[in-house]
Design a protein around this ligand. Structure first.
Ligand code: HXC
Ligand code: NAP
Length: 290
């Protein structure tokens, strides 16, 4: 990862960053990048063993020690404890990354009301809990500049079948990002989001492409760049957005998906499949119509 980072050592040295869901996948990749760049990092999620192992692994990779705290973002008191924990650890908590999520594919009519709620609760309520706990804390301490980075996805604005609770929740998170970017700018807070397309993480792939689905619906086939994302690519973007170099970026959502969602949106994009020979013939037919 270190050789893939575009920024210099030390650009995040004044950043004390709480990453929810930082023990695996993209959250852990961001933690690694931020540690390499000099930040102090606290990761939190539900599974203590996973967090412990992640911190050990991050130490091996970066030579820097992250801290961890078991925390279920669905509960406001736990969010408040996480905020107090990073403040006690660092003395200057100033960046929150809302990355924790829950998701699985299912026809919506097969979901129990509870199953729908579980996803809404982790993604939307969880982000609300962390954001409200951090925001109130920062306002009370008159701390600024501070910033929040929310990890959403591109179906936050397109919607998507078979992941409806996640789509609804991510749309809510995106609305919260843009709303608070305006309302709380007066307190010196910035809010931005990253909207990733498919990045092969264990957590996502096991729940979104189980069994032979990966073969059947290989995401790279519908991505114009013909590949999925790499965690370090997202980590570079995240490092920039939380850094002071992005101090004037507020309320933005940056897509990192190799062109995937636009490919689905543009009505004629499937014409990629037309060969040069067919184009010759089609051009002739069209020109003849003059
Ligand atoms: C239907 C399901 C189900 C499934 C669980 N449930 N899996 N229903 N199909 N595949 C139902 C259960 O029956 C139960 O409802 C309810 O959901 C809660 O399930 P639990 O297992 O009790 O919940 P919990 O232990 O809290 O686990 C939450 C979880 C789990 C979301 C179900 O998958 C998890 O821990 N996920 C965390 C990590 C994660 O999801 N990572 C992927 C992020 S990827 P009943 O009614 O029976 O009680 C991502 C990508 C977005 O977000 C964009 C991609 C491009
Ligand atoms: P992941 O490894 O499964 O990450 C999800 C994390 O959330 C886990 O570490 C999990 O840890 C934590 N979590 C779940 N429920 C929680 C709760 N109630 N409280 C606290 N933490 C909780 O999957 P990922 O792919 O890296 O996903 C990271 C983020 O990227 C998510 O926001 C996801 O929606 C987004 N995203 C991913 C993709 C992709 O293709 N991978 C695409 C678009 C967006 P515990 O189980 O220990 O709690």
């Amino acid at each position: 990862m270190k050789s893939k980072l575009m920024f210099k050592n030390g650009i995040l040295k004044d950043k004390n960053i709480l990453i929810t869901g930082g023990g695996s996948g993209l959250g852990k990749a961001m933690a690694e990048a931020f540690l390499h760049l000099g930040a102090h990092v606290v990761i939190c999620s539900r599974n203590q063993e996973k967090l412990h192992a992640a911190v050990e692994d991050l130490y091996t990779k970066t030579g820097r020690k992250a801290a961890y705290l078991p925390c279920d973002v669905r509960h406001y008191e736990e969010a408040q404890k996480a905020v107090q924990f990073i403040e006690n650890q660092t003395g200057n908590f100033n960046v929150l990354v809302n990355n924790a999520a829950g998701n699985f594919i299912s026809p919506t009519e097969r979901l129990s009301a509870h199953a729908f709620d579980v996803i809404l609760d982790i993604v939307l309520r969880g982000t609300k809990n962390m954001t409200l706990a951090a925001g109130k804390f920062w306002i009370d301490k008159q701390r600024h500049p501070v910033n929040v980075l929310n990890i959403v996805t591109t179906y936050a604005w397109t919607g998507s079948g078979y992941v409806v609770p996640s789509a609804a929740a991510k749309a809510g998170v995106l609305a919260m990002t843009r709303s608070l970017a305006v309302e709380w700018a007066k307190y010196g807070m910035r809010f931005n989001a990253i909207a990733p397309g498919p990045f092969p993480t264990k957590g996502a792939w096991e729940r979104l492409l189980p069994g032979r689905l990966e073969e059947k619906f290989d995401p790279s086939r519908r991505i114009p760049l013909k590949r999925t994302g790499k965690a370090w690519e997202l980590a570079n973007l995240a490092a920039f957005l939380i850094s002071d170099y992005a101090a004037y970026i507020n309320g933005e959502v940056v897509t990192i998906d190799g062109g995937e969602w636009l490919n689905g949106a543009g009505q004629f994009n499937a014409f990629d499949q037309i060969t040069a020979h067919e184009w010759d013939r089609l051009t002739e037919i069209i020109k003849r119509k003059k």
